[in-house]
Write a protein that binds this ligand. Structure first.
Ligand code: FAD
Length: 458
């Protein structure tokens, strides 16, 4: 079932009578639980046309590293194969989306696309909507509840958005059955595209500048394997263990969600089916649904989401008031990047991110807070945190990246007792880590991994 509220026209042009319907896949890189794909199939069947799926790889995507391209291409390789089995042609193109989609649109009745939230993706959509001469339709399949349905403004925090999402959740939390395409493509053209993808993957593997020991392999298949592992071995203790960085207790869904390789609806339905306590389900779904969709709300309504200006006035004021406070340690971006601080816990977190492409969720908070403490200017600190996050995390450049970093500066939080440097922003310190967890185990595990990496021995 595809709710009407998921569908939005991105231009006012007509549907043409041409060769095929084009699904411009960009944010939702999967074949199941993909409302944009299912909508494209339904429209193709109605118009009795072929469906062509096109993904455009932009080599200059801001902040993306080989690590990200590799993860993404592993997923797209699978997508092409699965679509070929469903007799739907898919092509992978390299270049500028507006040019490529315009070229394909000349043979398209209409163009369907999925929904992205960040500036780059939205600027592409805008340009394509203007340049093509047929209809451009966007289908929301990344948020469970379309954000405009939830609220018409930027929300203060989880406590304000939670009741709004919960009220609507029942309307949107439904399985999505795949339909068959009527006009089957049997040309096998996607073979060329598969070869191209394989070739780029091999090249990326050989020139990759960041370590990659397959901590996370890309693609929907790997996403489902990881989800199964979480549900079978970790989920029952999630609410107890989720903040403990010395344990492997998290679901690891964030890189897969970021590239649209798994649907949040699919994850939610699986979690709800599982025989675990209601409290545990609630705890996980609070993160997956409420916190994640709060991030979508944030980047949608706050045009400065990627810089210090995004913060509420009280956060900016309090940080600026304490800008000149004495700092015991100051580190440059380079020192931070190389994990060369006096703090072994922080260094371990930075190294974990470099090695695995994913830092533990609790350490992300500590890591972000310390950059504020060790940088002279909070505006520079904000910028450096985002830079490191988006360069190394596989799930970086996500709405969650921007809201996560902004949270360290008080966004979606409340004022606390005023103190040095942080002002009224929440503070975190290493005593908290020592008191709550076996933080030394986390450090030891990470240091061993780091020492064993070949890139580190050069
Ligand atoms: C400074 C900082 C930077 C962050 N950068 C990112 C980022 O680049 N990309 C990213 O996806 N998340 C980011 N987060 C949020 C969070 O830390 C990660 O989503 C989480 O650690 C991902 O691991 P997981 O999937 O194993 O989490 P789990 O605990 O298993 O959670 C399942 C899912 O819930 C969602 N979720 C969990 N915690 C949060 C949260 N605090 N806010 C919003 N959604 C959440 C994610 O989609 C996650 O995949 C950041 C947080 C902070 C404080």
């Amino acid at each position: 079932m595809i709710q009407n509220t998921r569908i939005k026209l991105l231009n006012q042009k007509n549907v043409q009578n041409r060769e095929f319907v084009l699904y411009w896949m960009q944010s939702s890189q999967r074949t199941y639980f993909n409302h944009a794909l299912e909508y494209s199939i339904q429209i193709s069947n109605k118009l009795n046309k072929f469906l062509k799926v096109c993904f455009v790889l932009n080599k200059n995507y801001p902040e993306a590293q080989n690590r990200h391209f590799l993860f993404m291409l592993e997923g797209l390789y699978e997508v092409q194969k699965e679509l070929a089995q469903r007799k739907i042609q898919m092509t992978l193109e390299i270049g500028i989306p507006s040019k490529i989609i315009k070229k394909f649109s000349q043979k398209s009745c209409l163009v369907v696309t999925d929904r992205g939230y960040t500036k780059t993706i939205n600027s592409w959509k805008k340009e394509v909507g203007i340049k093509i001469d047929c209809r451009l339709v966007q289908v929301e399949t990344e948020a469970i509840v379309p954000i405009e349905e939830v609220s018409n403004k930027e929300e203060y925090g989880a406590y304000t958005i939670r009741p709004k999402i919960k009220k609507l959740l029942g309307n949107y939390l439904h399985p999505l059955n795949p339909s068959d395409i009527k006009k089957k493509d049997t040309t096998g053209n996607s073979f060329e595209s598969l070869k191209k993808t394989k070739h780029i993957i091999d090249n990326l593997k050989s020139v990759s500048t960041l370590p990659r020991k397959d901590f996370f392999k890309g693609g929907s298949h790997a996403a489902k394997t990881e989800l199964k592992r979480f549900l079978e071995t970790k989920a029952k203790n999630y609410s107890l263990d989720k903040n403990n960085p010395s344990l492997d207790a998290l679901s690891n869904m964030s890189p897969y969600l970021h590239f649209g390789q798994i649907s949040p609806i699919e994850i939610t339905l699986e979690v709800l089916k599982k025989e675990i306590s209601d409290e545990t389900k609630e705890s996980y779904l609070e993160e997956l649904i409420i916190r994640r969709e709060l991030s979508f709300n944030f980047v949608f309504f706050n045009k400065s989401y990627d810089n210090f200006d995004c913060l509420p006035k009280w956060c900016k004021d309090t940080l600026m008031k304490h800008k000149k406070d004495k700092r015991n340690h100051i580190y440059s971006l380079e020192e931070l990047e190389l994990a060369k601080t006096h703090d072994p816990y922080w260094n371990a977190a930075q190294k974990e991110m470099i090695i695995k492409g994913k830092m533990h969720g609790y350490m992300r908070m500590y890591w972000g807070k310390k950059i504020i403490e060790w940088t002279k200017d909070p505006e520079v600190a904000f910028c450096n945190t985002l830079y490191l996050n988006n360069k190394y995390q596989l799930d970086g450049r996500d709405p969650n990246s921007y809201s996560g970093v902004a949270w360290c500066y008080g966004k979606h939080d409340r004022p606390w007792k005023e103190r040095n440097i942080f002002g009224k922003i929440r503070y975190m310190n290493e005593n908290g880590l020592r008191r709550k967890f076996d933080i030394e185990t986390y450090v030891n595990k990470t240091e061993i991994l780091y020492a064993n990496l070949s890139f580190n021995k050069k």
